[in-house]
Design a binder for this molecule. Structure first.
Ligand SMILES: [Zn+2]
Ligand SMILES: [Zn+2]
Length: 341
């Protein structure tokens, strides 16, 4: 099969002929129609994740149909539609047995510690799988672990969002942000969306945002829109460039959930301000199988939809990375793996 392979850091993965993966004990091989291109992929190829083993097939956004199963696989059969977590959890640690497998320290991330999804066939483990209901389209299934499930972990799990609260989403036109707007709205929040790209405003309103504001000086706008109070929960998908304004936008008792770190910048934390406002600064990583199942349920019942910028061939990932770094994409770029296979 044709796969994109990363051979050295700071290069673009190139197309190569690869042997089709064979499932080992507990593993399955999935045939994918699409995979997503994630900002994490760009950081992976810059060498930011120390557990990456080269050469590797990048990509971690996996859904499709099971084509073969290894010894001991009982939860799924060939022909079943599944989505996979972006990692394989160990299954035995206290995080894995307690339903917080996203915190497993022995997890192996697809596309980094093992071959990933930039190929029509991908191998993962049964411990990573969630069944995809028939009403869910392929686009929504493939983003259910790294995008929509990850946002559910951030908003519900970590941000403890309650109905009626105000949510601020930064980077609202991006792959994560465009879905965070929809999910916050579906969970009953008032949504203020911030973007650095004014041309995305109309599209963000169409996703259900109550207000769209510019990244620059967003705290003033958030205060204005909330009668001086501020946001109860913020999902910062950007990191360094928006963090300070996001922090200044928080209401008393606010929870600022950090899920994106585009430039690996460090930030100043005004501790007195944190204390006096009773703020929480919370990191949130990836998703659990429970989050993915909920994301799929929300997609299957039409409460959220996949926002797809465009679908490209496996040989065009380099230009997609460049567009994502320039913020000229709206939503997720998908790779169509069925083309020419
Ligand atoms: Zn991803
Ligand atoms: Zn574990």
């Amino acid at each position: 099969m044709k796969a994109a392979v990363l051979r050295e850091f700071n290069s673009v993965p190139g197309l190569e002929e690869r042997a089709e993966p064979v499932p080992g004990a507990g593993e399955v091989v999935i045939r994918q129609k699409y995979t997503g291109i994630c900002y994490r992929d760009i950081l992976t190829l810059k060498g930011r994740f120390p557990r990456t083993r080269l050469p590797v097939v990048p990509g971690h956004e996996v859904a499709g149909t099971v084509v073969s199963i290894g010894e001991g696989v009982e939860s799924v059969s060939p022909g079943d539609r599944v989505a996979s977590l972006i990692y394989v959890p160990c299954g035995v640690c206290r995080f894995c047995t307690g339903g917080r497998e996203n915190l497993c320290r022995s997890k192996v991330t697809l596309g980094e510690g093992a071959d990933g999804s930039y190929a029509p066939l991908v191998r993962t483990h049964q411990r990573s799988l969630v069944r995809v209901p028939p009403s869910v389209d392929e686009e929504s299934a493939v983003i259910s672990a790294c995008v929509t499930g990850m946002i559910i972990q951030a908003l519900k799990g970590r941000g403890r969002l309650s109905e009626g609260e105000t949510v601020l989403v930064t980077g609202a036109g991006g792959g994560a942000g465009s879905h965070a707007v929809q999910i916050a709205k579906a969970l009953g929040a008032k949504v203020i969306a911030a973007t650095g790209s004014s041309w995305k405003e109309e599209g963000i309103y169409a996703l259900g945002a109550d207000s769209v504001v510019a990244n620059r000086s967003l705290s003033g706008k958030v205060k204005e829109l909330t009668g001086g109070e501020g946001a109860d929960v913020a999902v910062d998908t950007v990191g360094g460039p928006t963090f300070r304004e996001a922090l200044k936008s928080m209401n008393f008792g606010g929870r600022l959930v950090v899920i994106g770190n585009v430039d690996s910048a460090t930030v100043d934390l005004p501790l007195g301000y944190m204390i006096l406002k009773g703020l929480e600064l919370i990191g949130s990583v990836s998703s659990t199988r429970k989050n993915v199942a909920e994301a799929l349920e929300m997609a299957g019942t039409g409460r959220i939809r996949a926002v797809v910028d465009r679908k490209i061939g496996l040989g065009s990932v380099g230009s997609a990375y460049a567009d994502m770094e320039k913020r000229s994409t709206f939503g997720r770029v998908l790779i169509d793996l069925s083309a020419g296979q």
